[in-house]
Design a protein around this ligand. Sequence first.
Ligand code: BTN
Length: 265
Amino acid sequence: MELSGKLIFLDECGSTNDEVAALAREGAANGTSVVARVQTAGRGRRGHKWKSLDGNLYLSTLVLPNVPSAKLSGVSVAGVLGILRGISAWCTPGSVLVKWPNDIVSKGRKMGGILCELVDTPTGTGVVCGAGLDVKAPKLDEPASDEPTRLDAIGLEEVASTTLPQLEELAEAVSSGIVESVGAWADAVRDEDEATGPLASLAKEYCARLAYMGQRVVALSHEGLLLATGSLVGVDDWGRALVRDDDGNTQRFTPEQASLRPVGK
Ligand code: BTN
């Protein structure tokens, strides 16, 4: 897999994911990225809007992982781990975590996330990895997302351990992190058999970076209904969260079924 495509800077666009998808359909290389100062139609997972005002990072990166389609769901976890690696130069180790399945959180608040969308390219299925990262401290009266079960927001500048670079440098670091992480994951997947879950090679890093690991959580439906209470004991190789209740029974939840919150919050 080619390691670096070009990084294009736009002042404004609808969604950087759409810009990169259009380039991908025309045969753009692995790693081709678009970053925008402002998005007018930014979107998040499950059809939510992604508020995209000046000052935060809106970046989409094309990856061409060349793995079986049944394994492509792993790209979002490889991608979010790549974003964490990308920003690691400016953060104290362990200060920024992944909240299952792939939200970026710090101090129990949401800093960003990744929206992965498949795209047909001349050389096969590609994935547009859209990274949204709050850099500025949020204005508390302006929620970043319209999700009913959303967390409060936090900006990278609130937890940075050193002076942050310009958004262009941050974008370069994050897109490189995504390309490298997805590339290493894809190489591992191609060596695995069909029955192996797509996250097998990432399990250790994912669990080490997972918020609420070993803590009591509630699993909520996306409408906010309580589905289970128990300890988060891990994520299986297919990306399902494992929640063990007080009787020792473990329930598995897909990201389509549930989101997690620490008990009492
Ligand atoms: C989430 O719901 O947590 C994922 C949000 C992803 C937002 C980013 S911003 C850059 C890219 N363009 C979009 O329209 N969405 C993604």
